[in-house]
Structure formats: structure tokens, C-alpha cells
Design a protein around this ligand. Structure first.
Ligand code: ISL
Length: 575
């Protein structure tokens, strides 16, 4: 695993501020609410908090549209509250990283207001403006055919100055122009502002999209039916990315601060190692999307594709081996605020299986090599939103835009098609993971005394922090054990080698972590809903004795039939 570093050994807990804890009854989570729950975080045993955006924002994309990077969205609190949070966390040995959203701002940011005001404004070149294109009939068109990631064209026409601006996400999220050195230094200043306040680093939102192909050429036509084409090839890991990342790293290094970059649409390992290779001096690690795209269909995340454990193991094996061999580092995650709940998605949230399934997935993830990321509620086995909810409960702009497009398409393809698509939307909607934290069995799951900004999942009586923190068999207690074990056997689980054992079994994941001095561990997970027999490969048989079993997700050992030392009987979702 290369040189030791605190950030390699850390377990990071992501807080989505709107839905964590509401301290003042306005229905929205807030920073004092996080401060009130520091003991909970300490009890769980995490080392770092990643706080999703809390900055001043019109909230078109839940704060990923920032209007002022040095002020806090009023309902969340104040800059002083962030300083108090940092102090409270540091006091208990927990670090804080903030979300740096620097590919785009809100259209309400003062820079953009200036920029759009005239072609000669000094801020004009802070964003990406281009004149319209006209066809033979004299009709106005966007400067190129790029599609926005949230639907429609990536360009918005501005009548005042008769030009279009680029927005890879919402219309209200104009892309900053990183070709302009003033933009680059403004981003450095934002980082310095927060680092000076004691922040320990940043999660960098879509940081691989900041450099676009010069000349902004059309993207190849891959969706015949649409005028707007996916254009990742022109904005994901563009030509000046590495130069910009080294610039960000210089700022971070002055504070010994940490970085994890979000990097959608890039799969090529050599391209990724150029960002996370230790000698590159760019980012510490990135979130890549191989696992969370495993069930995306040919037309994107909302179209369903079946996934297999074999593919999942191939992905894990590839990145585990590659990063260890090449001096990079993995960020381990199955959930975040953009993804459905993992227990519903990769295992089962059916009452019969839920607890075992959540523990099994935790085991599968947490003993891999890399820095571990846990998303709020994952430690409780929180599940996707109930199937019966009306789509009117969904808040996310991505889902709403997509459903509006579906309504149009369905006028041609019909009602049955529409209903089928809505099923898929429910499965992948980002709101699945954005419902309020379930703290206890009181009204609104104890999240808020007011009316929650988003409806609380119906299952909170069965799934909440209060019952789980007082139950030694709970999912929460299991995560506590995992985090302790990871820390205790750091040489094995953080710095050890990784190897799958037992071939391409469709139900069992078995991997080995080994360290020449500290020893070896075998991590076994049954992804199926059945009792299952597994032929224990000879090379790991000696690791399987009742005495050597350090963690398991059933309270009895009956399921381990060790008498022959050749076969193990697994219970469903067992690890
Ligand atoms: O959510 C996704 C799946 O549709 C991703 O494509 C997501 O848009 C992408 O990972 C970028 O996400 C980040 O930037 C977005 C913001 O909406 C997400 O919440 C954020 O995590 C724009 O800032």
C-alpha cells in the first residue's frame, strides 16, 4: 500500500446537511444540528466528516449551485457555526472536509451577474460565452451540440447580450472558465479561506470537468433521436486538467490537507493513475464510477441493466490490484447523496434479510484496500424510498427534469412505456438517499420538530439510530466493530495485499488481505438469499477455524460447518 498516511487509514462519514438533523424546527437540517450529533459520530468511530455544500445558494441543485463560497446558506447557519463545528470535531479527534464545487457556480453568484451584464464586463470571461450559430433558414442554434448532464442542451441563450453560456448541469449552474487565470486564483482563494479556518481538505465536485477541449467542437452523434449529444469526450479529463490539479495540490500542501476528487465518465486506469499516483502530486484519491454504474443501461442511469456479482468482483479486483501495484489509492464507497441506498440496490431491504444484508455489504466494502466512505444512514441500513410514494414527493432536479422529458417521449411511445420508465426512475432517483436521517421513533423520526423539507421514510420505527445504538446485534453495532477491526489490523486491512480467492462464484465473494508480518484475513460474503455451500480453496483452509473467526453477521456459529474443513454452509447474506 505504499507510504503510510493518516488519510489512507481514515474512515470518512458523509453528511448531507439538509437531511442530517434540524436543531431549530424549520424542517431543514443545519450546522448546529451536526454539532449536536458529534457524540453519535464519535460513537460510530469515524475519523473524518465530509460535509456536502452548506454555502449560500438558491438550492436549485441542493447547494451544488453556490452563490457565495464564503457565506453559509442562512437556514444552515453561519460561518461561525462552521468554525464551532470544526472546533467541536477537532476536540474529539475528528477532521472536517468540505465540498469544493468549482466547475460551476450558481447563476446568482456575483461573478455571473457581472458576467452576464455585458460583453465588455471584466467578469465576462469568467464563464464560457459563445455567439449563436445560424442555419440556412436563419434559425438560431446553440454554439455546439453538447447535452447537459441534467437534460436538454448544455447552452442557455441570454437575450441581453445575444450569446449562449455553457452549463454542464442545470441552467442555473453556469460553468466557470478555467482558461482564465483569474478564475483559477479565485478558486485557490476560496480554498485558502476555509483552510485558514481549520478545514482539513476538500471533496472536489466533478473536478475532472474543469478543462474543456479548446474550440468546444461538436460531440459525435450517439443519440440519433436527440439534437443534444453526450459530450464527455470534450469535458471529462480535458487537456489542462493535470496542470490545474497540481495548482490545487500546491494550495492543499501548504496546509497538509486532504483531497478526494469526484471523477465521472473516466474509466481508463492509466488516466486515473495520472491523477492519483503518489508521484503525480495531484489528488490523494478519486471517486470513480465503475461500481455505481454497474446497473446503468445503454441510455444512462435511469435505464436498467442487470448486474452480476462476477462483474462486481471483476471491478473490485481490477482497482484493488491496480492501485496497490501502481502507488495510487482507492476511495471505497457504495453510497452517497447521488446514489440509491446500497442495501436496496445490491442486496435486499426485505425485513427477512435487511439486517444481514446491510452487514454483509459493510463487510464486503470495508475490508478492501482504500479509504472508506460511509454515507449518513448507511450505518443503520437505511433503505430506498417506498415504492408506493407518489412522484410528487421527489425533490431532485435531475429526476424532475428526466420525468418531464419522459412525459414528452411517452406522447409517442405510450402510457405503458411511461409507467415502465417511472419504475426505473424510482430505483435510481437520487432522492432515495436524501430522505431525513432516522434518529428515533418519535414524530418525523426525531429529525425535526417542524415539517421536514422532505418526507421521512415510512420505515423509521424499524430503522433508527436510537434503537440500533442500544442493540449489540444492530447494523450500527456491526459498523462499530468493523471500524475498530480495521483500525486494529491496519497493516492487513489498509496496507495489505488484496486477492480474490475461489474463482468466479456467482454467489460468494471471498477475498484475502495479507501482510508479510501482520498476517492474513479472509473476508467471505454470501450475496445470495439462500443457504449455500462453498468449496474452501486449499490455500485458505487453515484460516477457517472457529477460533480464527473474528467477525460475522449471525449471532450463532452454527452456520459454519467446519468439521470437514472443506465446505462452509452459509446462511443468506452472511459474511
Ligand atoms: O448524479 C449523478 C447520476 O446521475 C451523477 O451524474 C452526478 O451528476 C455527477 O456525479 C456529478 O455529481 C456532483 O455534481 C453535481 C451535483 O448535482 C451532484 O450532487 C454532485 O455530487 C453538480 O454539481
Amino acid at each position: 500500500g505504499g507510504a503510510r498516511a493518516w488519510w489512507k487509514e481514515a474512515s470518512v462519514y458523509q453528511i448531507y446537511p439538509a437531511s442530517f438533523y434540524d436543531s431549530n424546527g424549520d424542517g431543514l437540517g443545519d450546522i448546529p444540528g451536526i454539532i449536536a450529533k458529534i457524540d453519535y459520530l464519535k460513537t460510530l468511530g469515524v475519523d473524518v466528516i465530509w460535509l456536502s455544500p452548506v454555502y449560500e445558494s438558491p438550492q436549485k441543485d441542493m447547494g451544488y449551485d453556490i452563490a457565495d463560497y464564503t457565506r453559509i446558506h442562512k437556514p444552515y447557519g453561519t460561518v461561525q457555526d462552521v468554525e464551532d463545528l470544526i472546533e467541536g470535531l477537532h476536540h474529539r479527534g475528528i477532521r472536517l472536509i468540505m465540498d469544493l464545487v468549482a466547475n460551476h457556480t450558481s447563476d446568482q453568484h456575483a461573478w455571473f451577474k457581472e458576467s452576464r451584464s455585458s460583453k465588455t464586463n471584466p467578469f465576462r470571461d469568467w464563464y464560457i460565452w459563445r455567439p449563436p450559430k445560424y442555419d440556412a433558414q436563419g434559425n438560431r442554434h446553440p454554439p455546439n451540440n453538447w447535452a447537459s448532464i441534467f437534460g436538454g442542451s448544455a447552452w442557455e441563450y441570454d437575450f441581453e447580450t445575444d450569446e449562449y453560456y455553457l452549463h454542464l448541469f442545470c441552467t442555473e449552474q453556469p460553468d466557470l472558465n478555467w482558461e482564465n487565470p483569474k478564475v483559477v486564483s479565485a478558486v485557490h482563494d476560496i480554498m485558502t479561506f476555509w483552510l485558514d479556518k481549520g478545514v482539513d481538505g476538500f471533496r472536489m465536485d466533478v473536478i475532472n470537468m474543469i478543462s474543456k477541449t479548446p474550440g468546444l467542437p461538436d460531440a459525435p452523434v450517439t443519440v440519433e433521436s436527440s439534437p443534444h449529444q453526450p459530450a464527455m469526450s470534450h469535458y471529462a479529463n480535458g487537456p489542462r486538467l493535470h496542470e490545474h490539479l497540481r495548482g490545487l495540490r500546491e494550495v492543499l500542501d501548504r496546509y497538509n490537507a486532504f483531497s478526494v476528487g469526484e471523477m465521472p465518465f473516466v474509466r481508463e486506469p492509466e488516466e486515473i493513475i495520472r491523477v492519483v499516483g503518489a508521484s503525480r502530486k495531484e489528488l490523494n484519491m478519486i471517486f470513480q464510477f465503475d461500481i455505481v454504474d454497474i446497473d446503468s443501461g445503454p441510455l444512462g442511469k435511469f435505464t436498467h441493466a442487470p448486474w452480476s456479482l462476477r462483474t462486481l468482483k471483476d471491478i473490485v479486483g481490477k482497482w484493488q490490484t491496480f492501485m496497490i501495484e501502481r502507488g495510487g489509492w482507492n476511495a471505497l464507497f457504495l453510497e452517497n447523496h447521488d446514489q440509491p441506498r446500497s442495501v436496496s440496490r445490491f442486496a435486499s431491504d426485505h425485513p427477512e434479510f435487511r439486517s444481514h444484508a446491510a452487514k454483509m455489504l459493510a463487510t464486503f466494502l470495508a475490508f478492501q484496500s482504500g479509504t472508506l466512505f460511509i454515507y449518513q444512514g448507511q450505518e443503520l441500513g437505511m433503505a430506498n424510498l417506498p415504492k408506493g410514494w407518489s412522484l410528487g414527493e421527489f425533490k431532485d432536479v435531475e429526476t424532475i427534469n428526466y420525468v418531464n422529458e419522459l412525459v414528452e417521449v411517452s406522447k409517442i411511445k405510450g402510457q405503458a412505456f411511461y409507467e415502465q420508465c417511472l419504475e426505473e426512475v424510482r430505483e435510481k432517483a437520487r432522492d432515495n438517499s436524501r430522505s431525513p436521517m432516522q434518529w428515533d421513533t418519535t414524530k418525523n423520526a426525531g429529525f425535526s420538530t417542524g415539517t421536514p423539507w422532505m418526507r421521512v421514510n415510512d420505515d423509521y420505527l424499524d430503522c433508527n439510530a436510537q434503537s440500533q445504538t442500544s442493540d449489540s446485534q444492530s447494523i450500527f453495532a456491526f459498523w462499530q466493530d468493523i471500524l475498530k477491526l480495521r483500525r486494529k489490523l491496519i497493516d492487513v486491512f489498509v496496507y495489505g495485499d488484496f486477492q480474490f480467492v475461489g474463482g468466479d462464484d456467482e454467489s460468494i465473494s471471498a477475498y484475502q488481505r495479507s501482510h508479510p508480518v501482520a498476517g492474513r484475513a479472509l473476508v467471505l460474503c454470501n450475496f445470495s438469499q439462500n443457504k449455500i455451500g462453498w468449496k474452501v480453496p486449499a490455500e485458505v483452509q487453515h484460516l477457517l477455524t472457529p477460533e480464527s473467526l473474528v467477525l460475522h453477521n449471525y449471532n450463532t456459529l452454527q452456520h459454519l460447518h467446519l468439521e470437514s474443513m472443506r465446505d462452509i454452509q452459509f446462511l443468506p447474506f452472511e459474511s
